[in-house]
Write a protein that binds this ligand. Structure first.
Ligand code: ADP
Ligand code: ZN
Ligand code: ZN
Length: 757
């Protein structure tokens, strides 16, 4: 395969191959090309620091700045799946914006199999197409099956074997002569699983939906962010489907649909499959095996898959014919990556749409304040800036199914009627009523385990995690204390480690304990629990959900896992057990998240013909959040939150980045952060004429979880009215941090647009 370059090739424009590698340095490395045919974006194998690594070609050059005798040669080239220019451009942007090494950004975007030193194996399937029309007179009157096949081929640019088989079971023998004569041809493409059409007729769009579809379809071939704001059940998914149909109608087009967590919305994939069955569809998410992931990625990258449904990482999938992106539940915080490159898939999607000049639809019942602000910037931005709203807003205010009414929402005041074992008398009564009527209930409590703490009444000792500054959660069935932050486990002590008291008691409520209480209260009720402990296996959640659909469950207990996307027709009661810690949390985003969560859980009730009721236990029924929730009035709630953000100059009104550091010894962290914040302030002073006055560097502080996994943590917050000024400062900060004398003794990361700190 490789031969030494001859003299004639000496100045060839691809003599030097510049390669991106998975190493924590923000540069690419030059290698000699011993005569391979190499393309931009190819995978190559190169020697690096005594090892062999897989890299991606970022440039082909005639000369290198490095003296030639110091260059090593490329060992191997895989011509399997080159990354295209558009993908490299997007990844380059992200590496710059998030201040993460470009090589690591690129390599991390690939499926694991493509990071290994071996050629990618592609599983192929055949697609059939009409090369020239089959004259009607050649199809005899009695050849019904053949005419069905021809009709199918006529109406589709390409047909899979599954599609042909559904038109005529003997399609192979029927098409054989036509393939021999060259009327029908076939070509191999990466395989995808065929979708089966449903017989159900699609619903007639209501006026709001039709308006939304029309607006988006009218400006398909340009960059435009759309915010589709529609309450749960208002038919957002139906809007997506119609717009997608419209796009895919044109050959050589692809759409990317993103969802927060695919395993939690199993209904979505099947809905897209049945409604858009003629278009090859693949999914990309963490529940796939590595070979499935590679196969799906290749189908997307080759253009064979027309629809890609994926979680946040799928935003980087190469899609040569991408014409539309959709982000469902755009407010969901799982779009933010919390380690490695800390990107936000929504922001990356916006940049990608801009680079590709295509629309992006953000859908939610409770949009993020960022998107809400961008859709109303003309209203909120200071009049001086005369900022125009960059997103266009589409609103769906009614539930799509006529009979499905919005649930009634009530607060149960726990100061007047204190809960017993977690349940107020009113909630118990409401549960009893549902059991009598044969209807289903859902109890929502966002804490798994048996009880959040183990407590000694004699000396007030509480069980802590040994590695974190957090309480250890009691898991009674497993007889363990478990930390939900670091995963550490310890046995339950038989007596208080501090005073010897043998009577240790669980304090507070969590899913297991509520389940136990309900089993005692309602011995004949069929109770199911859904949290991360019960549904670790892939199929477990699906099993519970189908049991609920089949009417085999009376009371369902669950964490936020249940809040999303599930439709239960016979569910008429939602009880919310404990929200008060989030109401007055120091985290500015806690109330935004809580509202979204409650709105979503509330959306589970009354999806069918029976009206739903939502009962929220709280000691603060007067809180404005509940008033907005009762009125299902997200706009006024968002408005009040935004006024608060404007007053504090907090995101989305400004932009932030957080420099986080951790070490076993906090004094190192503090010194490192203090020195960098001092340098940053000095820089601001020195550049006061160019940088906005409001650009602020705060003092180092410790986060709520000050110790995690034996590491002492601290951070510095940087806040700026503009992205550009912040980026300029961050560039300096990264330089100082990576050359700081303490940097080898601690770990630091920069989190741009951080959501948690
Ligand atoms: P969302 O995505 O906003 O939660 P969906 O698109 O899932 O809403 O719609 C909720 C339910 O209403 C689904 O069962 C869907 O099939 C149905 N639906 C959507 N649009 C219509 C319509 N125009 N007419 C009748 N039913 C509809
Ligand atoms: Zn004690
Ligand atoms: Zn821990």
């Amino acid at each position: 395969m490789c031969s030494a370059p001859s003299a004639a090739e000496a100045a060839a424009p691809d003599r030097i191959v510049r390669v991106l590698l998975d190493v924590p340095l923000d540069k690419a490395f030059d290698y000699l090309n011993p005569g391979f045919t190499v393309r931009l974006g190819n995978r190559v194998v190169v020697p690096f620091a005594g090892r062999q690594l897989v890299g991606v070609v970022s440039a082909l050059l005639a000369h290198s700045e490095v003296p030639e005798h110091k260059l090593k040669a490329v060992l191997q080239v895989f011509d399997d799946v080159p990354l295209d220019d558009a993908s490299l451009k997007l990844l380059r942007f992200c590496a710059d914006y998030y201040h993460y090494p470009y090589g690591q950004t690129v390599i991390a975007s690939l499926p694991l199999r493509l990071r290994q030193i071996k050629p990618a194996v592609t599983r192929h399937m055949w697609l059939y197409q009409l090369a020239k029309p089959i004259p009607a007179e050649h199809i005899g009157k009695r050849q019904v099956a053949l005419s069905r096949l021809v009709a199918l081929l006529n109406s589709h640019a390409q047909c899979s074997e599954a599609q042909l088989a559904s038109a005529a079971s003997q399609w192979r023998s029927l098409l054989k002569p036509w393939m021999a004569s060259g009327h029908v041809t076939r070509q191999p493409v990466p395989a995808t699983r065929a979708s089966m059409p449903s017989n159900a007729t699609p619903p007639q769009l209501n006026a709001e939906q039709a308006e939304a579809v029309q607006a988006i379809v009218a400006s398909l071939s340009q960059f435009q962010p759309w915010l589709l704001f529609g309450i749960t059940g208002s038919g957002k998914t139906e809007v997506y489907i119609r717009v997608i149909e419209n796009v895919l109608h044109t050959p050589d087009t692809q759409v990317l649909i993103m969802v927060p967590e695919i395993n939690l919305t199993p209904q979505l994939e099947s809905r897209f499959r049945s409604r858009l069955s003629q278009y090859p569809l693949v999914t990309l998410h963490s529940h796939l095996s590595e070979s499935e992931r590679l196969q799906h990625w290749q189908a997307a990258q080759s253009g064979a898959a027309r629809i890609v449904i994926g979680t946040r990482l799928s935003v980087f999938t190469p899609l040569p014919h991408l014409k539309l992106m959709i982000l469902d539940e755009e407010h969901d915080s799982s779009y933010k990556q919390q380690d490695g490159m800390r990107y936000h898939a929504r922001d990356v999607a916006l940049m990608r749409a801009k680079q590709a000049n295509i629309p992006v639809v953000l859908g939610s019942a409770t949009p993020s304040l960022e998107s809400w602000y961008n859709a109303h910037a003309d209203r909120y931005a200071p009049t001086s800036s005369r900022k125009k709203a960059s997103y266009r807003l589409l609103t769906l205010q009614q539930r799509a199914v006529a009979q499905a009414q919005l649930p009634s929402i009530y607060c149960l005041d726990t100061t007047h009627s204190p809960p017993e074992a977690g349940l107020t008398p009113q909630l118990k009564q409401a549960l009893t009523l549902r059991l009598q009527r044969g209807e289903q209930s859902l109890l929502f409590i966002n804490r798994r385990g048996y009880a959040p703490v183990l407590h000694c009444a004699a000396c007030q000792w509480l069980a802590d995690c040994r590695r974190c500054s957090a309480k250890a959660v009691l898991h009674l069935r497993q007889r363990r204390l478990r930390c939900h932050h670091c995963g550490d486990e310890q046995p339950i002590p038989s007596q208080c480690p501090s005073c010897g008291n043998a009577d240790l008691r669980p304090l507070g409520q969590a899913t297991q304990r509520i389940e136990e209480t309900l089993q005692k209260l309602f011995p004949t009720a069929r109770i199911a629990r859904v949290d991360r402990d019960t549904v670790q296996a892939k199929e477990a959640l699906t099993q519970v959900l189908s049991a609920v659909h089949a009417g085999e469950v009376d009371i369902l207990i669950g964490t936020q896992m249940l809040a999303k996307g599930h439709d239960f027709a016979n569910l008429t009661l939602v009880g919310v057990l404990d929200t008060d810690s989030a109401l007055y949390s120091p985290d500015l985003r806690a109330s935004e998240r809580l509202f979204a969560q409650l709105m979503q859980v509330a959306g589970r009730a009354g999806r069918g013909e029976k009206p739903g009721e939502v009962l929220i236990q709280t000691a603060f029924p007067q809180h404005p959040l509940f008033a907005a929730l009762r009125a299902q009035d997200y706009p006024s709630f968002a408005d009040s939150l935004l006024q608060e953000r404007i007053a504090l100059q907090f995101p989305p009104v400004s932009h932030i980045a957080v420099l986080k550091a951790e070490a076993t010894d906090y004094t190192l962290v503090e010194q490192f952060l203090a020195e960098i914040s001092q340098a940053a302030r000095a820089y601001l002073q020195a550049h006061a004429d160019q940088l906005p006055r409001q650009l602020t560097v705060y003092d180092p502080v410790r986060p709520g979880l000050a110790r995690l996994n034996r590491m002492e943590r601290g951070y510095v917050l940087l806040q700026s009215p503009t992205r550009g000024a912040l980026q300029q400062l961050l560039h300096q900060v990264v330089g100082w941090a990576s050359s700081h004398p303490l940097q080898a003794k601690l770990r630091w990361v920069l989190d741009v647009d951080a959501l948690e700190y």
